[in-house]
Write a protein that binds this ligand. Structure first.
Ligand code: 5GP
Ligand code: MG
Length: 449
C-alpha cells in the first residue's frame, strides 16, 4: 500500500505536497519522498522513515518549483530499502520523469525478465520501474502517448502520478483497485489517494478519477482520456474495511459511514450477550460504534491506545517482541472486572495481535470476551497492493472460525459474512474486489509465490 499526492502550478508546491503526504501517512510509514519541477528540471528527495522525520524546512527548500508529486510507501513488492523509495525519478533521452505508484502490477516480473534478457538494467526491485522503462522505450511522440503505450502493456493495480518538467499525468487502472481523487487548491489542480489530503491543505474535492481514466495536466488545463476498453470495476473493499482514513470520501462513499454500517450489519448477524461493546483502537472504532448502536449496548473505551508510539526500535528483537502490542494498547481494568465484553475489530490477519488483545482483557478481569470482526475471514493473499502475508500465514486460510476462536481464547468469535458485507454496498456490490475473502481473483495471472 502507498499514498500518493500531486499538485500542479502552485507557488508552494512542495510544502503542500509535504502536508498532503502527512495526511496520507496511514497509507505507508516506510519511506517518503517528493519530486518537484521548476519547469527546467526535476528535484528529488526521498528517505526511509515517516514524513515528519524525512523532511525538514531545509530539505523542502531544496525542492523548488510550482509542481510536485510525493509518495509514502508501505512495501508490497521490493524490499524495504532506499532504492525502492518513491517517487522514482529518471533522466532519459527525452528529459526527466518521476513516478509515484500505489498498487501492484501482476505482470511486472514477466516484463522485467524479458527486458533484462535483452540487456535492460534496473535500479530497484520495484514493479513500478517497469512502467518507467516502458515509457522510455516507447516511440510515441508525446509523454502522454508514451504513458498510454506503457500502461497498455501492464496488468494489475495502479493509481499513478507522473511528473515531467512541464506536465503532470494522473492515471487509474481500468479495474480501479486503488482510489485516486481530483481536487483544486484555488486554481491549481491537486490529485491524491484520498480526500483527507485535500482537507488538510484546504483544497476542494472535485471528483474521483475514474477507473481507466488518464488526466493530462499542463499549462492548457486538465484533459481527460479513456484509452482502454471499459472493464468491470474491482475497487478494493479492504480500503473501506481497514486501509483508508475514515474521514475520506473514496469509491463513492464516506469511509466512516461505511465502516459503521459494517458494524451494524455484524450486530444483526452476530449479537452477543454482553455488558458493553469495546472498540479495538483505532481501526475498530467506527465498526464498534455501529455494532453498539445496533445492538443497543453501551459503548465503552475499554482499551486505550498510546498515540505516541511510532515504530519502536525494539520491534525487530524477537525476544521482546510481545512487547509490541502492550506498548500500544492497555485495557481499563476498573471497567472490565467481572464483566462480559464484546470487542470489535476490523480484521484478523495472522491472529497474533487478536490473541494478545483477548489475553489482555482476560488479565484485566473480563469474565467473557466475545470477539466480533467487521470483515469476512481473510483466506487469500492480495496481489493488488495490500500487504497481506503469504497464504500460509493467513490464519483463516487453514483454520475454521471455531479453531481461530480457540486459538485466540475468545468466548465467542464471529466475522461479518460476505453477503452481509455486500449488503452494505448494495447496488454497487459488483464494483468491488473481494479476492482476499474468496480467492477469486479478477483475472488469471502468474505469481511468484
Ligand atoms: P492479527 O490479530 O491478525 O495479528 O491483527 C489484527 C489487527 O491487524 C487488526 O486490528 C487490524 O486492524 C490490523 N491490520 C489489518 N490489516 C493490516 C495491515 O495491512 N497492516 C497492519 N499494520 N495492520 C493490519
Ligand atoms: Mg487494528
Amino acid at each position: 500500500m502507498c499514498g500518493i499526492f500531486g499538485i500542479y502550478d502552485h507557488p508552494e508546491a512542495s510544502n503542500h505536497t509535504y502536508l498532503g503526504l502527512y495526511a496520507l501517512q496511514h497509507r505507508g510509514q516506510e519511506s517518503a519522498g517528493i519530486v518537484s519541477s521548476d519547469q527546467k528540471q526535476l528535484h528529488h528527495y526521498r528517505q526511509m522513515g515517516l514524513v515528519s522525520e524525512v523532511f525538514s524546512r531545509d530539505t523542502l527548500r531544496r525542492l523548488p518549483g510550482r509542481s510536485a508529486i510525493g509518495h509514502v510507501r508501505y512495501s508490497t513488492t521490493g524490499s524495504s530499502e532506499l532504492k525502492n523509495a518513491q517517487p522514482f525519478m529518471v533522466d532519459y533521452a527525452r528529459g526527466m520523469m518521476a513516478i509515484s505508484h500505489n498498487g501492484n502490477l501482476t505482470n511486472a516480473s514477466l516484463i522485467r525478465g524479458e527486458m533484462e534478457s535483452r540487456g535492460s538494467i534496473f535500479q530497484s526491485n520495484m514493479d513500478t520501474e517497469v512502467i518507467v522503462h516502458l515509457i522510455a522505450r516507447s516511440k510515441e511522440k508525446t509523454f502522454l502517448e508514451r504513458t498510454i503505450h506503457a500502461l497498455r502493456q501492464v496488468e494489475g493495480a495502479y493509481s499513478l502520478l507522473f511528473l515531467t518538467e512541464k506536465e503532470m499525468v494522473a492515471a487509474r487502472d481500468p479495474l480501479g483497485f486503488r482510489p485516486l481523487v481530483l481536487g483544486s487548491l484555488k486554481d491549481s489542480p491537486v490529485v491524491a489517494s484520498e480526500t483527507c489530503a485535500f482537507d488538510l491543505i484546504g483544497a476542494k474535492f472535485i471528483r474521483e478519477i475514474e477507473p481507466g481514466e488518464i488526466l493530462l495536466i499542463n499549462g492548457d488545463g486538465i484533459k481527460s482520456f479513456k484509452p482502454f476498453p471499459r472493464k468491470q470495476r474491482h475497487q478494493c473493499i479492504f480500503e473501506f474495511i481497514y486501509f483508508a482514513r475514515p474521514d475520506s470520501f473514496i469509491f463513492n462513499h464516506n469511509v466512516y459511514e461505511m465502516r459503521k454500517s459494517f458494524g451494524a450489519q455484524l450486530s444483526k448477524e452476530s449479537p452477543a450477550g454482553a455488558d458493553m461493546a469495546i472498540p479495538i483502537p483505532d481501526s475498530g472504532f467506527p465498526a464498534a460504534l455501529g455494532y453498539a448502536a445496533q445492538s443497543k449496548l453501551p459503548l465503552e473505551l475499554g482499551m486505550i491506545r498510546n498515540h505516541y508510539v511510532g515504530r519502536t526500535f525494539i520491534e525487530p528483537e524477537q525476544r521482546i517482541r510481545h512487547f509490541g502490542v502492550k506498548i500500544k494498547l492497555n485495557p481499563v481494568r476498573e471497567l472490565l472486572k467481572g464483566k462480559k465484553v464484546v470487542i470489535v475489530d476490523d480484521s484478523i490477519v495472522r491472529a497474533t495481535t487478536s490473541r494478545k488483545i483477548v489475553k489482555m482483557f482476560r488479565n484485566a478481569g473480563a469474565r467473557e470476551v466475545h470477539v466480533r470482526i467487521s470483515s469476512p475471514p481473510i483466506t487469500a493473499p492480495c496481489f493488488f497492493g495490500i500487504d497481506t502475508p503469504k497464504k500460509s500465514e493467513l490464519i483463516a486460510s487453514s483454520h475454521q472460525v471455531r479453531e481461530i476462536q480457540k486459538f485466540i481464547h475468545a468466548t465467542s468469535l464471529n466475522y461479518l459474512s460476505l453477503e452481509g458485507l455486500k449488503k452494505c454496498v448494495r447496488g454497487e456490490e459488483e464494483n468491488f474486489c473481494y479476492a482476499c475473502f474468496t480467492g477469486d481473483y479478477p483475472y488469471p495471472f502468474q505469481t511468484e509465490i
